[in-house]
Design a protein around this ligand. Structure first.
Ligand code: HEC
Ligand code: HEC
Ligand code: HEC
Ligand code: HEC
Ligand code: HEC
Ligand code: HEC
Ligand code: HEC
Ligand code: HEC
Length: 209
């Protein structure tokens, strides 16, 4: 005959439990005693591991550097309430979250929803913006295999806030000053590769006049 978990709950409630090496908090308070303590049809109170990893599978294994999960402790990011509430200081990584990125959910950058298995990615070969953003300029600004989006853009919006035309091959002065960009920079006529042309083969006066 075995005792029901309610019997143990009366003898050994939360307060007593909180004196052990493992406090019952958050969702663990709502977890029936036997979920953790019953193994092989026998009550087991001793030799239960008390690290998160002893009971929970590390779903991030091979996706994330182990240094973020010291000694199997998931608390660098998770609480014991729900898995989807995250608190983490991203400055600990090589990529600081600035501008709009501060308000983007971890999931949007690190979990890919394409496949049924939510594939994770926490590491990239490089830290190019084009890992996540399409180069709508179709490599016009690519130098040595890399397009430095931040030469013209910030992380706040996609306006060319940092671009200064006087750094271009052609300065806008005299009658050219204040002209609408589209007067000189027109979209391509290809429907497949539709983008605005910023690089010209010929920039002599007679190419436009
Ligand atoms: C989420 C998992 C979990 C739940 C739920 C849980 N426990 Fe525990 N319990 C543990 C862990 C972990 C330990 C600590 C083992 C250790 O000392 O390292 C422990 C320790 C104990 C001990 C042994 C204390 C000692 O000093 O040897 C008793 C008795 C116990 N729990 C009873 C209960 C009862 C009764 C409930 C239900 C009210 C309960 N536990 C719910 C995980 C749990
Ligand atoms: C002794 C075993 C044990 C340990 C140690 C343990 N848990 Fe749990 N935990 C459980 C069990 C059992 C449940 C309830 C069943 C389930 O959802 O997996 C649970 C539930 C949870 C849930 C809720 C899951 C859900 O879907 O609602 C979270 C979050 C959680 N644990 C986080 C942690 C974290 C973080 C740690 C380390 C600080 C930890 N747990 C340590 C056994 C444990
Ligand atoms: C460096 C941060 C970090 C650490 C450490 C970490 N996780 Fe996570 N985990 C995440 C992020 C981010 C998500 C996605 C949360 C969301 O839904 O927005 C996540 C989600 C999860 C989920 C839910 C998966 C899903 O598809 O919704 C589980 C389960 C989980 N983590 C378990 C663990 C366990 C177990 C550990 C410790 C062994 C751990 N995590 C350590 C960042 C972390
Ligand atoms: C705007 C996109 C973005 C968001 C939002 C974001 N991250 Fe990251 N994260 C990155 C990039 C980029 C890296 C750098 C990857 C590299 O160095 O290869 C990174 C690196 C990491 C790493 C280091 C991985 C490793 O193994 O070195 C962890 C851990 C991490 N992020 C967790 C989180 C968590 C937790 C959140 C939510 C609080 C979050 N990130 C939100 C883009 C993002
Ligand atoms: C790991 C993925 C990732 C990387 C790397 C990344 N971003 Fe983002 N970025 C996002 C996500 C996700 C959003 C949220 C909006 C979205 O879904 O496009 C975002 C949003 C933005 C926005 C705001 C767009 C808007 O319309 O509000 C700007 C601007 C931006 N990123 C610029 C950059 C720049 C510049 C870089 C390179 C320094 C960069 N991002 C690198 C994932 C990333
Ligand atoms: C030399 C300057 C320059 C660089 C470098 C640059 N852009 Fe732009 N970008 C512009 C200008 C100018 C515009 C505004 C006119 C337009 O829509 O083409 C713009 C607009 C955009 C827009 C908004 C388009 C729309 O329809 O509103 C996005 C998105 C964008 N850029 C993404 C990128 C990404 C991603 C990179 C890096 C791969 C990048 N840009 C690099 C100059 C630049
Ligand atoms: C009178 C014609 C003219 C006008 C008006 C004009 N541009 Fe240009 N722009 C040029 C020429 C010519 C170049 C040089 C093209 C080259 O290097 O192949 C250029 C180059 C650029 C480049 C590429 C710079 C680089 O470093 O690669 C960008 C981006 C650009 N213009 C954006 C703009 C924007 C934004 C406006 C409106 C505010 C504008 N231009 C107005 C003629 C013009
Ligand atoms: C990339 C195209 C482009 C190039 C290269 C270019 N221009 Fe222009 N230029 C324009 C446009 C567009 C206007 C505005 C004319 C209009 O609104 O129809 C303009 C206007 C002018 C005007 C004023 C004409 C008027 O009727 O008000 C003069 C003068 C002028 N350009 C001289 C030059 C000279 C000199 C050069 C060579 C140093 C040159 N432009 C190179 C595109 C160009």
């Amino acid at each position: 005959m075995s005792f029901g978990s309610r019997f143990y709950s009366i003898l050994f409630g939360f307060e007593k439990h909180n004196l052990t090496k493992f406090k019952l908090e958050g969702s663990h308070m709502a977890t029936p005693c036997f979920t953790c303590h019953k193994k092989d049809e026998k009550w087991n109170f001793a030799n239960l591991g008390n690290r998160c990893i002893d009971c929970h599978e590390n779903i991030h294994k091979n996706f994330m550097d182990e240094k973020y999960i010291p000694e199997g402790d998931c608390k660098t990011c998770h609480s014991v309430s729900v898995w989807n509430e995250i608190s983490f200081d991203h400055k600990k990584t090589d990529f600081e979250l600035i501008g709009k990125h501060k308000t983007v959910s971890c999931r949007k950058c690190h979990f890919k929803p394409e496949s049924e298995k939510k594939l994770q990615q926490f590491k990239w070969e490089n830290q190019f913006c084009t890992n996540c953003h399409n180069d709508i300029h179709f490599d016009q600004f690519t130098q040595n295999g890399k397009t430095d989006c931040e030469r013209c853009h910030t992380n706040d919006n996609w306006k060319p806030e940092k671009f200064d035309h006087s750094t271009a091959r052609f300065k806008l002065d005299g009658k050219h000053e204040g002209l609408a960009c589209v007067k000189c920079h027109k979209p391509t006529d290809s429907l497949l590769r539709n983008y605005i042309v910023y690089k010209f083969k010929d920039i002599s006066c007679k190419s436009c006049h």
